[in-house]
Design a protein around this ligand. Structure first.
Ligand SMILES: Cc1ncc(C[n+]2csc(CCOP(=O)(O)OP(=O)(O)O)c2C)c(N)n1
Ligand SMILES: [Mg+2]
Length: 343
């Protein structure tokens, strides 16, 4: 394997350490696209929360509300064939990769039309067609897998990039550093995106991490990293462009620390008593990723309040359709217990 990796074509380029780029300048179409995409994630998650409360969703359900700019900005910097893999807070990543809201919602409710035929649930969904590789419940487990996706790209000689997401809590997992070592040694095209939402379950980063500068976590492996305002979709898009270019040019892995925040508890069963209401409210009112785009669209007169209401209505219709489908669709047949398993 190591030999194959060394033989794969690599363009030589003397790497200058990358720095955080300025936020991208969005034109009207890009602002509207970002607005629509982030709103779809927000409304989808709100609906998932409601369905959970009504008992339609069993097991775990981790909502992505507040973090929408991270996956949206990154998706805007990808090209066909680039892959994405993440942990269990994954509905937003799937929607960003253009997976069908019906298929995702039906998986949440355990129906046969879901992406895992109703057998995986919130944390275990995949779409090879859309280059989304899960959906993983074991903290940090997706990091070696995402590194493997990058290895496959090198081995095949394409210039695709693996976007491997994990949290601030997962950043303390041992397998992350084994992956870092291999990725750097073999110059694998992987962007490690650390979604620093300041908490791992109920534990604040300052209580769990000796080094809270997550962009620095690759220092021992010569992997450069930058800190990005993960609440500003334009900053994320610019970082994504820089990082994909870095990987495609054969420079190896890079870390993007996305500074972000989740508004809801860790999962639906977490009342989030470990932080103050004021802290959450401050993020919502001063840094909300969707409100930032809205303010720019209105400020530049690129859209009126009515135009944005029309977009919201269209998004709500898509989500309502997904929710109806997810409640009406049949549960998987009992015979499905014997499919998609190795035995
Ligand atoms: C190996 C392992 N240890 C512990 C857990 C329990 N657990 C689930 S989520 C989580 C916290 C992870 O936090 P972070 O990586 O910051 O992601 P976030 O939930 O903030 O998105 C823990 C400890 C687990 N699922 N797997
Ligand atoms: Mg976290």
């Amino acid at each position: 394997m190591a030999t194959a990796a060394r033989k794969a074509p690599v363009k030589s380029k003397s790497p200058a350490n990358p720095s955080a780029p300025k936020p991208a300048d969005f034109n009207k179409e890009q602002e509207l696209d970002a607005y629509r995409r982030m709103l779809l994630i927000r409304r989808f998650e709100e609906k998932a929360g409601q369905l959970y409360g009504m008992g339609f969703i069993g097991g775990f359900c981790h909502l992505y509300i507040g973090q929408e700019a991270v996956v949206t900005g990154m998706k805007m910097s990808l090209k066909d064939g680039d892959q994405m893999i993440t942990a269990y807070r994954d509905h937003g990543h799937m929607l960003a990769m253009d997976m069908s809201p019906r298929g995702v919602m039906a998986e949440l409710t355990g129906r046969q039309g879901g992406y895992s035929k109703g057998k995986g649930g919130s944390m275990h969904m995949f779409s090879k067609e859309k280059n989304f590789y899960g959906g993983h419940g074991i903290v940090g487990a997706q990091v070696p897998l995402g590194t493997g996706l990058a290895f496959a790209n090198r081995y095949r000689g394409n210039d695709n990039v693996s976007l491997t997401y994990f949290g601030d809590g997962a950043a303390n997992q041992g397998q992350v550093y084994e992956s870092f070592n291999m990725a750097s040694l073999w110059k694998l095209p992987v962007i490690y995106i650390i979604e620093n939402n300041r908490y791992a379950m109920g534990t604040a980063v300052t209580r769990s991490s000796a080094e809270t500068n997550f962009s620095n976590r690759g220092a021992s492996f010569k992997i450069p990293g930058v800190k990005i305002d993960g609440m500003d979709v334009r900053a994320v898009k610019a970082a994504g462009e820089m990082a994909t270019e870095w990987c495609r040019s054969g420079n190896g892995p890079i870390i993007l620390e996305m500074q972000t925040y989740r508004y809801r508890g860790h999962s639906m069963s977490d009342p989030a008593k470990y932080r103050s209401k004021e802290e959450v409210q401050k993020m919502r009112s001063e840094h909300d990723p969707i409100e930032q785009v809205k303010a720019r669209l209105i400020g530049k007169k690129w859209a009126s309040e009515d135009d944005l209401k029309t977009i919201d209505k269209g998004v709500r219709d898509v989500v309502a359709d997904a929710a109806e489908f997810a409640q009406a669709d049949a549960e998987p047949d009992v015979s499905e217990l014997w499919t998609d398993v190795t035995h």
